[in-house]
Design a protein around this ligand. Sequence first.
Ligand SMILES: Cc1ncc(COP(=O)(O)O)c(C=O)c1O
Length: 367
Amino acid sequence: MAEPTSISLARGAPSLDIIAVEELRRAAERAFERDPAGAFAYGTSAGHPRLLAWLAEKHGVEPERLVATNGSMQADSFLFHELVRPGDVVVVEAPTYDRTLLTLRKLSAELLAIPLEADGIDVGALARALEAGARPKLAHIIPNFQNPAGCTLSLAKRERLLELARDYGFTIFEDDPYVELRFEGEQHPTMLELDRDGSVVYASSFSKTVCPGVRVGYLVGPPDVIADVRKQGTETYISPNMMAQAVVAEFCESGAVERSIATVKAALRERRDATCAALDRHLPDARYVSPQGGYFLWVDLPEGSDVLALERAALERGVLFVKGSDFLLEGGESSMRLAYSAVPPDQIEAGIARVAEAYRQLVGAAA
Ligand SMILES: Cc1ncc(COP(=O)(O)O)c(C=O)c1O
């Protein structure tokens, strides 16, 4: 019997068909012809000047508040190394991006995990922890289409978080790579835009709007924090990848980025719809909040479900997803993250049907 086709609902990455390959080729040609020295020489650790100018305009900030890095992952890492010392308390969402947990653990941070609700972090629980004496240095927040939960922070909660940051003197790290990928509902202002006290450092990325292989991300923050991050950049790599940033600058200035975002959003909406429809059809035990954008959907199965066993059984059927416990310090054993970004709708349907078959078999065996 032929092996079933492998279907990955695990990778938080776009499929090649929604990447603007031809427009990127043309942007690279123009960038290299127009300003070869800007693309081919060392730059400074601040990043490519044309990209910084475009970002400064987009965010309405002075260029010295910006640093462009090799992917936002590197920006995150620089920032954490700058601000977090062993024993420092850092607020994380529960669940949250697994790489954030890994980096913060390596830095021996003390993690204060605050649960997520359908409209983002439980600010009441955070306020109670602060009133009870917690003194975080930093709160890591993924405000839009959260990885892994898919939820979005409400406007009221954004404002409350800023109040708490001001009153208790911590920095909000607004990690926002999915912000441009809203395909329905109302867009909220970023906490960076709402901030009046210099409490926010903001990160975003071109991985989801251009392509992940280009490895271009950035931070916006107070000039002193950005100056320290730039210094780390100089010491680490002299300058980030100038060829990549020159191409992204050209891609953005020419308006190709807007077309790329429109393509990506249309595909993601279709894939989100296919995921929800397949869950409703094949796995009625699944509980989830339908995301209004982004890549991910979080599924809770009935308490006591063994998602580790389900992961293995699904893998035998050629389907991958990430188990919920990977995104938490504790718990998550009956949950999973489904990424619909990398898979066309027909494969999503087939993949979820196979997960559901594996689930029924496990439930049957346990009965
Ligand atoms: C919340 C979050 N932050 C940061 C990153 C890193 O993105 P980049 O490709 O820009 O390094 C990701 C990637 O999936 C992410 O989900």
